[in-house]
Design a protein around this ligand. Structure first.
Ligand code: HEC
Ligand code: HEC
Length: 236
């Protein structure tokens, strides 16, 4: 009995060590480690992350928390190392290593754009995301996107966003705050400063690594490089 208990503890210790010390990219090749990481991460996600990102990981427009199940990323390209950095240091979290390159500027409040110009850029963003829109206003908004609004500078020429800045794509695949006119107005008039807490110091390194593996698996569920048969029952 005692020996079995001790054996189990040593087994858990060795899985923990493997989870923390292996290269992130190698982790997904080992079913035992993935299984271990998923079972550690699921309750952590439910306790610490689901209030903002949703129990189903699909995000929440009210706090600007992104969907974590798709292939659209604010920072990096969604590999385990990128996810781990976002979780460990957070985004605009106040941690010195947090992602914090730029914000969505308050283009209305700062009088960069007039009310009519904001209306026009909003119609243009709706056009970009293939939503119903006022075509004449969107045409004016298109011009503002590249000159007075300076939008292209962060969201890129093709509006696909920039993962170095954490500037989201405006093409509608995913959205932080939703695509209705009220939320778009709020984004452009008042600016946005989406915040994800830093978990360094609050969660152990092995827990942060486990969460990164969990998000990697959940977001690669449909791609060929995910060990699909290992996918657990749905998120917590
Ligand atoms: C207080 C709300 C809140 C909590 C709690 C929270 N997040 Fe976030 N998270 C956010 C917001 C908001 C963003 C987007 C920040 C931005 O706009 O740049 C984000 C972004 C992220 C990203 C970056 C995604 C990308 O597209 O690059 C990851 C990864 C992430 N969160 C993971 C987690 C994990 C794991 C937890 C729990 C340990 C957690 N978050 C807890 C609000 C939260
Ligand atoms: C200085 C860089 C910068 C400029 C200039 C800028 N943006 Fe942004 N924008 C951002 C960042 C960063 C975010 C993400 C904010 C966050 O994570 O909370 C964002 C968010 C947004 C959002 C919310 C997206 C979503 O998924 O809900 C919209 C809409 C938007 N920007 C439109 C515009 C338009 C239109 C312009 C030009 C009038 C513009 N932005 C100019 C950096 C910029």
């Amino acid at each position: 009995m005692l020996a079995a208990g001790l054996g189990y503890c040593l087994h858990v210790r060795s899985l923990e060590a493997a989870l923390v010390h292996n290269w992130p990219d190698e982790l997904t090749r080992d079913p035992a480690i993935i299984h271990f990481a998923m079972s550690m991460a699921r309750p952590l996600y439910a306790e610490h992350c689901s209030s903002c990102h949703g129990r189903d990981l699909r995000g929440n427009h009210n706090v600007g928390a992104p969907d974590l199940t798709d292939s659209v990323w604010l920072y990096g390209d969604g590999d385990i190392g990128d996810l781990e950095a976002s979780i460990r240091y957070g985004i605009r979290s106040g941690h010195p290593k947090a992602h914090n390159v730029t914000d969505m500027p308050a283009e209305g409040r700062s009088h960069q754009l007039s009310a009519a110009e904001i209306h026009a850029v909003i119609e243009y963003v709706l056009a970009l995301s293939r939503e119903p829109h006022d075509a004449a206003a969107a045409e004016r908004g298109h011009k503002l996107f590249y000159d007075k609004g300076n939008c292209y500078d962060c969201h890129a020429n093709d509006a696909k966003g920039n993962t170095d800045y954490g500037a989201p794509s405006l093409l509608g695949a995913d959205s932080l705050y939703g695509r209705d006119r009220r939320m778009l107005y709020e984004s452009v008039y008042s600016g946005r400063h989406g915040m994800c807490p830093a978990w360094a110091g609050k969660l152990a390194p092995v827990q942060i690594r486990a969460l990164a593996v969990f998000l990697y698996i959940e977001s690669h569920a449909d791609s060929s490089d995910a060990p699909r048969r290992l996918l657990p029952e749905k998120a917590p």
